[in-house]
Design a protein around this ligand. Structure first.
Ligand SMILES: Nc1ncnc2c1ncn2[C@@H]1O[C@H](COP(=O)(O)OP(=O)(O)OP(=O)(O)O)[C@@H](O)[C@H]1O
Length: 292
């Protein structure tokens, strides 16, 4: 990436001291994360580390303390709907497509207005999102030609991209993707990653959560690592892979996802810059108990 590209970046997402408690569980503690325009930032960590909670907190779907800004606009008190209108959108884990609807209809229903006034206006005016906003979102993921097809006619990788496109409809500046590549094989995942890079190249900021370490290490400009709700490391993929705290979090956690460790292994052995999970003695450091 050229220096001028970096200089032109503006900060889209900025969280300050974002914290979420579920009863006695500190699911997020003082999480400070930034995502710039045109940047892909990964959020990784073992199962239960608090990744989805962070997305819920940023998008207003769970109660949190701390601050959330989008391009300088403070949004921590805003409803999920207002945050969406401000330009932040998310995908959901296991976000299914409507199999009986076409691709463009799947995008249209994702942005149907909510609330009584919008519903009345919808009934009276038959309002629908303008076709060009749907087309633009499909262009962003390279699926304009598939607009009239049904999800079942597409490859799994294309279906995943439709899921991303749904979040890109309507002036999205920041998109938070929660395991968008789940179920893709290595080849499909690589293609999917290339599409994410193309989306980011248009200036959209992406926060990416995924257990597919090859994908995350390949496409992300920077990574944050969460463990027990706290950021324990941040930096470039290469730096993160060498970070002892990260290795400890993945290999020392009793709740570690074996698939994620396997992915870390695969990322290293398939030509990734460094292998996080091998070449280092597995640590037996006890995981802190206070958060779980
Ligand atoms: N709605 C909820 N009510 C109570 N506890 C919750 C709720 N959602 C999450 N938690 C707890 O908060 C912690 C963080 O969970 P979260 O789902 O954010 O982790 P994660 O990193 O996304 O995990 P995974 O990788 O398995 O999806 C866990 O201890 C979880 O059990």
């Amino acid at each position: 990436m050229s220096e001028s590209t970096v200089l032109e970046r503006t900060t889209l997402l900025q969280t300050g001291g974002l914290s979420v408690r579920y009863g006695g569980v500190s699911a997020n503690t003082d999480v400070d994360i930034t995502v710039g325009s045109g940047e892909i930032v990964g959020l990784i960590g073992p199962n239960g580390a608090g990744k989805t909670t962070f997305v819920d907190a940023v998008t207003g779907f769970t109660k949190a303390t701390g601050t959330v800004s989008l391009a300088g606009e403070r949004l921590e008190k805003a409803s999920p709907h207002r945050r969406r209108r401000a330009g932040m959108a998310r995908t959901w884990q296991a976000g299914e497509l409507f199999t009986d609807l076409t691709v463009s209809q799947n995008l249209a229903v994702a942005v149907q207005p909510v609330g009584l006034r919008a519903m009345v206006s919808d009934v009276l005016n038959g309002s629908r999102p303008p076709a060009e906003t749907i087309d633009h979102a499909l262009d962003l993921v390279g699926l304009r030609d598939a607009a009239d097809q049904r999800p079942g006619e597409l490859t799994l990788g294309q279906q995943k991209l439709v899921g991303v496109a749904r979040a890109l409809v309507g002036g999205t500046r920041l998109v938070l993707l929660d395991e968008p590549a789940a179920g893709l094989d290595t080849h499909e995942s690589r293609d999917f990653g290339a599409e994410l890079r193309r989306i980011a190249a248009t200036g959209i900021g992406i926060l990416l959560i995924d257990h597919d370490m090859s994908l995350v290490l390949d496409v992300c400009d920077r990574l944050y690592v969460l463990d027990f709700g706290k950021v324990i490391a941040s930096g470039t993929p290469a730096a993160i892979q060498d970070d002892p705290a990260v290795i400890s979090a993945y290999l020392g956690s009793p709740e570690v996802d074996p698939d994620a460790v396997a992915e870390l292994d695969a990322a290293g052995s398939s030509g990734g810059p460094t292998d996080l999970a091998t070449g280092t003695e597995p640590t037996t450091t006890a995981a802190p108990e206070e958060n779980r």
